[in-house]
Design a protein around this ligand. Structure first.
Ligand SMILES: [Zn+2]
Ligand SMILES: [Zn+2]
Length: 245
């Protein structure tokens, strides 16, 4: 079964017509289910609407690091409320992006920490976006208990590929581009990694080489190219908007 764990059917630049066209394409494809990833309050609301419209669609609720500096307490509260919807299955996408956001690292870290705490409070999976912030993302996840014994006890273990079981912290890193050492540490901690677009970058290639040879294959997710492109396109266009004020 194919399950696309990270897509953006909610993309705010789609007309309703275009969104419907993409939904029809998904419905007639080999993909059985998708997670429509929210990245702010508005896109989370759209993701929930998509999940209500389509049986095969689930949503995640969260605020992307690119919105960190304009995130208010009320926004976090809104995410908490939206996460109660029965088709919201994760908090995300949340994380750190120091490639685009060099100037607001402290804001990003604060919003990231608050949403990991929210996921822990609600006992929900976490979907991570991380770019140029590999080690600090892991440090913060550890500090906030994303791999704690308590958290691991909330979720069933998964097959380890050798006839046994491995812990599953329900922490998913999408588009991972860190080192292979970091990838393997994540796997040991019970995270799931996807190697998306960054696999074509120098670092991503190194991670993929080590990863493909390791037991981590059980924790590997693949992105279908459109999902990655949607995510990256959105960031590029947002970045340009910011640059031009
Ligand atoms: Zn992302
Ligand atoms: Zn995304």
């Amino acid at each position: 079964m194919l399950f696309d764990a990270h897509t953006h059917l909610n993309f705010d630049e789609y007309t309703e017509e275009r969104r419907k066209e993409i939904a029809d394409e998904i419905a007639s494809s080999a993909v059985s289910f998708v997670v429509d990833a929210g990245d702010c309050v508005e896109s989370t609301k759209q993701a929930i609407k998509d999940a209500e419209d389509y049986e095969w669609c689930f949503a995640s609720a969260g605020i992307h690091p690119e919105h960190a500096s304009r995130t208010t307490d009320a926004d976090i509260e809104e995410i908490r409320k939206l996460a109660a919807h029965p088709k919201v299955k994760a908090i995300g996408e949340i994380g750190l992006d120091f490639y685009y956001g060099k100037d607001n690292k402290e804001d990003q870290i604060e919003v990231f920490r608050r949403q990991i705490r929210l996921a822990n409070e609600l006992h929900m999976p976490i979907m991570i976006h991380t770019r140029d912030a590999n080690q600090i993302t892991m440090d913060i996840l550890k500090e906030e208990g994303a791999f704690s014994e308590e958290r691991l006890s909330w979720f069933p273990a998964r097959p380890d590929g050798k006839g046994g079981e491995a812990p599953d912290a329900r922490v998913q890193l999408h588009c991972f581009s860190g080192s292979k050492e970091l990838a393997l540490e994540y796997v040991k901690l019970g995270a799931t990694i996807s190697l998306g677009g960054p696999i074509t970058f120098k670092n991503g290639k190194k991670a993929a080489e080590g990863y493909g040879r390791s037991d981590g294959r059980q924790n590997l997710l693949c992105h279908s190219p459109p999902s990655v492109r949607h995510c990256e396109c959105r960031q590029h266009s947002d970045h340009r908007k910011r640059k031009t004020g």
